[in-house]
Design a protein around this ligand. Structure first.
Ligand code: TRP
Length: 377
């Protein structure tokens, strides 16, 4: 039910089903990605990422226009971001995994904005915490393995001049009533919050400013960020540049099957520093199961993979659709038991986390090379 679901950039509550997600996207003014657009994407990428196949990235704004321009020889850059408010969990990683795939397929520049200023304004966090989470989160993200010379980390507090001078161009076109209507602010919210959207808008046109000519931008983000970019898209043409396009994701559900994976409940999610035993324990203990009460019943009647947390994560991490199809059939017909399904998924997750850990030192040693520098473009 969309009525008990609340989505803003600061808060997400309620349990979201597929129809809720489609309704939210269209209510916000975005479009659902249909079979035709998926086919169009695969004409450029060769294959479809599981997040597109299984509709995790499910909506867009002007992605079709961006692809049209691309096929005419006009390139684009990618922009995404992270608010460093704490440790990262698997849910936070999804947009970055998908962005990495896009970068690899299109071989384009990527700007990653780290909004420590946002978390200062919206959360009760001090400089020390923000500094710590910024450094940790940047390593977590970069460990996914982006193209080093094309990946640019823009940390708000360290690039404040550039951001401020461009944010005021946006801020001039956003009035208080719009900010209240879009974000639900009241008179008791601090004035920094009202300004913040202007800061988050900047990376979506910064390359045009730097190059002095229009460069297209594609922004992958989770649906809660859409209000920022809805506003940004209205303003950016007024300052002389093209609207950015976007590709929009759902949230990864909490282990428990309702709500999203949340940083406020340790047991609702898998953290990037969870070791193999912890991952397995969390899945065994908390993951919502589509299985039967007893092994005997399950052998006889099979499980319901569609509502099963472990299966749903498994298919996102498995690149080969025929493996997914096989596991689906075997789970549904009772050949695979729920404990086995959970163990398989736990292994997949841990393989991924170990891969990130293995790259971490190398990234740390080259961290300076990833920092945003206008001279590089
Ligand atoms: N506001 C986002 C957050 O709280 C961070 C962010 C900044 C972002 N720019 C972005 C996310 C662009 C997606 C795309 O996490």
């Amino acid at each position: 039910m969309v009525d008990d679901v609340s989505i803003t950039p600061w808060e997400v509550s309620g349990s979201l089903g597929d129809t809720d997600y489609s309704r939210i996207a269209t209510e916000f003014g975005a479009k659902v990605i249909d079979a035709g657009l998926k086919k169009r994407i695969s004409e450029f990428t060769g294959d479809l990422h599981p997040f597109l196949l299984y509709d995790v990235f499910y909506a867009h704004r002007d992605l079709d226009l961006l692809l049209d321009a691309y096929s005419r020889g006009e390139s684009f850059y990618l922009y995404t971001g992270r608010g460093p408010s704490g440790k990262m969990h698997l849910g936070h990683l999804l947009p970055f995994m998908f962005t990495r795939w896009l970068q690899e397929k299109f071989n384009v520049d990527l700007i990653i904005q780290i909004t420590d200023d946002e978390k200062f304004l919206f959360r009760d966090l001090g400089r020390d915490d923000l500094e710590k989470y910024t450094n940790e989160n940047v390593l977590d993200i970069l460990s996914l393995g982006f193209i080093p010379e094309k990946t640019h980390i823009l940390i708000d507090s360290r690039n404040s001049g550039l951001l401020y001078n461009n944010a005021i161009k946006v801020a001039r076109h956003i009035n208080v009533s719009l900010a209240k209507a879009v974000f639900g602010f009241s008179d008791s919210d601090n004035v920094g919050k009202y300004f913040f959207t202007s800061i988050q808008a900047v990376p979506s046109f910064i390359l045009s400013e730097i190059k002095g000519k229009s460069v297209r931008c594609l922004i992958p983000y989770a649906i809660d960020q859409d209000p920022h970019f809805k506003v940004a898209r209205d303003v950016i043409p007024k300052i002389g540049w093209q609207k950015p396009s976007s590709i929009i994701s759902k949230f990864i559900p909490s282990l428990k099957g309702t709500g999203k994976m949340s940083s406020s409940d340790e047991n609702s999610g898998i953290y990037l520093d969870d070791d193999r035993r912890t991952v397995r324990r969390k899945l065994m203990k908390y993951a919502f199961s589509g299985g039967r009460d007893t092994a005997e019943e399950q052998r006889k009647f099979g499980a319901n993979p569609d509502i099963d947390f472990a299966f749903n994560v498994f298919r996102l991490l498995e690149q080969n659709p025929s493996v997914v199809g096989k596991v689906y059939e075997e789970y549904k017909t009772g050949k695979i038991l729920s404990g086995e399904m959970k163990a398989m998924t736990a292994d997949r997750i841990s393989d991924l986390l170990e891969e990130l850990m293995a790259r971490r030192d190398d990234v740390r040693n080259h961290i300076g090379e990833y920092m945003f520098d206008p001279e590089k473009f």
